[in-house]
Design a protein around this ligand. Structure first.
Ligand code: B16
Ligand code: MG
Length: 217
C-alpha cells in the first residue's frame, strides 16, 4: 500500500473556492474588473499574490499598481475571505473525506496536506480536522505556486516518505500537474481535469478500497 496520501485543501477537504471567489469578486469590482466562476477556476491552487496578478491581467490593469498597492489589495481580499470563514463548521467537510482520513489512520497510512493557502491551519481547525493530518506543508515557506511540485514535495519531506510511494489528491488542473511533477501518483476530483492517473467525479468516490485497488494496478 502507499506510504502516504497527500491532500489538497480547497476543493478536496472543503469547498472554500466559492468563498475565495466571493472575496475576489468584491475586490475586483472595486477595481472595475468583472470576474465570474469560470474565470475563478483558473485561480484554484494559485497563491494569493499570483491570483491578484491574474485578475489584473484579466481586467487589462497589469502594471497599473505598485507592489505596495497590490499588497494592500491582496490584504483587503484576505480580510474579506477570513471574515467569510467564520461560517465554516465541520459540516462543510466534503462527503467521504472524514471517513477516508479515519480509515487511513487504522491502515497506518500517513496523511499530509499540500495547500498553498496561508489560512489552511485555521480552516482545518474550524473543520475540526487538524488531528487527522500527520503533517501540513507550511505555505509561507513555499516560493512557487502549483503547478510547481514544491508544496507536494514539502509535504512528502515533512512526512519522511518518498513521493514515488505516495498518492496526491487534487481538484485543480494546476494541482494535478504539481502532483505529476512530484513523482507521486495523481488522483483528480472532477470531470474537467486532464492528466490524472485516476479521475473520480466527486469526493464521495474517494474511498480506501478504491484507492487501494488503484495503487495495485
Ligand atoms: P490564501 P489550495 C489555494 O488553496 C486556493 O485554491 C487558491 O484559490 C488560493 O488563492 C490559495 O489557496 C491561497 O489562499 O489567500 O488563503 O493564502 O487549493 O492550495 O488548498
Ligand atoms: Mg484545490
Amino acid at each position: 500500500k502507499p506510504q502516504a496520501i497527500v491532500f489538497d485543501l480547497d476543493g478536496v477537504i472543503t469547498d472554500t473556492a466559492h468563498l475565495h471567489f466571493l472575496a475576489w469578486r468584491e475586490v475586483a469590482a472595486e477595481l472595475g474588473i468583472v470576474i465570474d466562476e469560470v474565470f475563478n477556476d483558473r485561480l484554484k491552487g494559485i497563491s494569493r499574490g499570483e491570483s491578484l496578478l491574474r485578475i489584473l491581467r484579466h481586467g487589462g490593469k497589469e502594471g497599473v499598481f505598485t507592489q505596495a498597492e497590490r499588497e494592500q489589495i491582496a490584504a483587503r481580499k484576505n480580510a474579506l475571505y477570513v471574515d467569510s470563514l467564520r461560517s465554516l463548521t465541520p459540516e462543510a467537510v466534503l462527503p467521504g473525506i472524514k471517513e477516508l482520513l479515519t480509515t487511513l489512520r487504522t491502515e497506518q497510512i500517513k496523511t499530509g496536506l499540500a495547500s498553498v493557502s496561508l489560512n489552511a491551519p485555521a480552516i482545518l481547525q474550524a473543520l475540526q480536522m487538524t488531528s487527522l493530518f500527520d503533517f501540513c506543508a507550511n505555505a509561507a515557506l513555499i516560493r512557487r505556486s502549483k503547478p510547481d511540485p514544491e508544496i507536494f514535495l514539502a509535504a512528502c519531506n515533512g512526512l519522511h516518505v518518498n513521493p514515488r510511494a505516495c498518492i496526491g489528491i487534487e481538484d485543480a488542473q494546476a494541482g494535478i500537474e504539481a502532483i505529476n511533477a512530484s513523482g507521486m501518483r495523481s488522483v483528480g476530483i472532477g470531470s474537467t481535469l486532464t492528466g490524472a492517473d485516476l479521475l473520480l467525479p466527486t469526493t464521495e468516490f474517494l474511498t480506501w478500497p478504491r484507492l487501494s485497488a488503484f495503487w495495485q494496478l
